[in-house]
Design a protein around this ligand. Structure first.
Ligand code: IMP
Length: 454
């Protein structure tokens, strides 16, 4: 049986912590999409690990697999592996031969395109890691895959085809002078060596076969999504999205396990008790605003409730793991969660960060939206319509600051009653049981209600 972890909102819901929480029961953790745009913070044995590409289970001695749906920057991969080794860990990471490789020109083009969009409201606010341009090349059938790094002749042939196009795009279309990132000989040398190291370390695999064999041997596989539903390329608020499918369908296409296998298992939706967003795009329940990211911020200045946003941002440490950017903050958006639940078919929920909201007199949620005088309960299909939505707020009594460590030890009933009312409302609205409640950043600071393995 597989357990799939999916972000129900905009990323940064605390997925790494949940993977880590259930990780003891797992032998293999596989990622199915994204690349080093993801940021996982894992606290283990009092140590904090910040990872962007290596699956978080690797910190706990599990086999980590980067599935074919991922885009892999080998430089980041080896940097993270080396850093973990320096801290005394022995990460075992396998990489799908079918996964696409992020090359230096992808990162440059990511930046160029964002710059070109910056005068309009089309800027996505990407992490600048070259994610979009790499997936573009994958869909355009001109990408370079991990398997190609293992065969120098194929690598050279592919580079010779694609690099001049990229150079022309940068120089002739965008008028940007290019450097080493667009030089075939230097790319060839560098990436051939990455291929050698991948092979020496026995990392390349056929992900679908590897995972299927692991399951046949009785091993437990966890499938770990990065980012979240609202930035899914198909189901998110296009174009303010990442270029992959963080929703549960991606778990099948991005690993090579069949939809039947994924659907037979558990799909756990990870929810943050409020909302954060990195980058631009609408956020109907937003509190305050972040310059450069919140649409209209520069003209209108900060929105309402700036102080409250600042308070939640500080309490929750809401700064990007990868970029360090302040995250935009809002109340929980329930229409977004209804949409996420339908798309991914959650069988359980993990709701994180209820401790961050402690001490507030009242806590609101966006229960529905008002759009053109009508009340709607799920997100509209276009981003422009979504931006027109006014949240219909529902107010909950706040809960006090609490000894969360004690709550984690004592269990669900020790959670303050008002916080339980809040959690139960979310569970009832979505028709999905709560499996875990995060009451602090560490894996120990989680109330486990149910294990997906029992
Ligand atoms: P990209 O994935 O770098 O192309 O960025 C596309 C959008 O997804 C931007 O709005 C990013 O801020 C957002 N994004 C990408 N990765 C993450 C993540 O791990 N957490 C939250 N937002 C992310």
């Amino acid at each position: 049986m597989t357990v799939t972890i999916v972000g129900a909102q905009l990323g940064d819901e605390g997925k790494g912590g949940v993977v880590d929480l259930y990780g003891d029961r797992v032998d293999v953790v596989a990622r199915y999409q994204g690349g080093d745009n993801a940021g996982h913070t894992v606290v283990h044995g009092g140590e904090e690990y910040k990872l962007s590409l290596v699956p978080s289970g690797a910190v706990r001695g599990k086999i980590g697999v980067l599935g074919n749906g991922c885009v892999v920057n080998p430089a980041t991969l080896f940097e993270e592996i080396d850093a973990l080794r320096e801290r005394g860990l022995e990460p075992d990471v396998r990489v799908a031969e079918r996964a696409h490789v992020i090359l230096p020109y992808h990162r440059v083009l990511d930046g160029i395109e964002e710059e070109a969009k910056s005068d309009s409201n089309q800027k996505v606010g990407t992490t600048g890691r070259g994610i979009g341009p790499t997936y573009e090349d994958k869909a355009g059938r001109r990408g370079i895959r991990v398997g190609d790094l293992l065969d120098p002749d194929v690598l050279r042939e592919r580079l010779e085809y694609v690099v001049p196009q990229k150079r022309a795009l940068a120089e002739d279309v965008f008028g940007v002078k290019t450097g080493e990132e667009f030089d075939i000989a230097s790319l060839y040398e560098q990436y051939r060596r990455f291929g050698e190291r991948l092979a020496e370390e026995g990392m390349p695999v056929n992900a679908g076969d590897f995972l299927t064999d692991a399951m046949a041997d009785g091993r437990t596989v966890m499938v770990e999504g990065a980012q979240g539903t609202t930035i899914d390329i198909d189901h998110g608020n296009y174009p303010y999205v990442t270029s992959s499918n963080p929703t549960a369908g991606g778990a099948a296409t991005g690993t090579g396990l069949s939809p039947g296998v994924i659907g037979d298992g558990e799909v756990i939706g990870i929810v943050k008790a409020y909302l954060t967003r990195v980058g631009s795009g609408p956020l109907p329940t937003e509190l305050g605003g972040v310059a450069g990211d919140t649409p209209g911020y520069d003209e209108q200045g900060e929105g309402e409730n700036e102080e409250l946003a600042e308070y939640i941002r500080e309490e929750g440490g809401e700064y990007g793991t990868v970029t360090g950017r302040p995250r935009r903050v809002g109340w929980l958006d329930v229409p977004m969660l209804r949409h996420a639940t339908r798309v991914s078919g959650f069988t359980g929920l993990a709701i994180n960060h209820i401790d961050v909201l402690a001490g507030l007199e009242s806590v609101n949620v966006g229960h529905a939206y008002e759009l053109d005088g009508e009340t709607i309960e799920t997100t509209p299909t276009t981003t422009e319509r979504w931006a027109d939505c006014e949240p219909v707020l529902r107010e909950f009594d706040g809960w006090p600051e609490t000894d969360w460590e004690a709550v984690a030890n004592e269990g669900y009933d020790a959670i303050p009653a008002n916080a339980r009312a809040y959690l139960e409302y979310v569970s009832d609205e979505l028709g999905v049981p709560i499996y875990a409640v995060g009451v602090g950043p560490g894996r120990e600071q989680t109330v486990v209600v149910e294990s997906p393995f029992e």
